[in-house]
Design a protein around this ligand. Sequence first.
Ligand code: AMP
Length: 140
Amino acid sequence: MVYDDQNIFARILRGELPAIKVYEDDQVLAFMDIMPQAEGHTLVIPKTPAVTLLDLAPEAAAYTIQIVQKVAQAIETALGAQGIVLMQLSGASAGQTVPHVHFHLIPSSVHELGKHAVQMGDQDKIKAQAEQIKSALEAL
Ligand code: AMP
């Protein structure tokens, strides 16, 4: 699929838009979802340009999943989450709204999920959760 380098996450990766980051290395970025479906809703994205999971090189997918696992561990520890919904929407038909591949980590239950990307969260509260997750990541 053709990659639009003006999509929101590409702009976050270039530093053109702000993000509440919890983890970054040379291949992956993890940051808080601005319209969370639950407290602690975090997104993990590979830095390589790819629209859907199917466009992502297997090596990049494998590395991104390692970070997904690490961030999930930190969310569990930091926020006392009992379970985490790992969601990945590939394609607009599946409901994908930002055309840069990403993994949602939502500390919730599939039965409790809120509406997808509709309501801005309390940014101060989200920043506080990010600090908790960052501390837990550093302790891993
Ligand atoms: P999807 O519909 O799977 O593409 O998910 C995109 C996610 O990105 C949604 O959960 C949105 O709330 C979230 N989102 C959109 N814009 C931003 C942004 N600027 N910073 C953080 N999260 C965002």
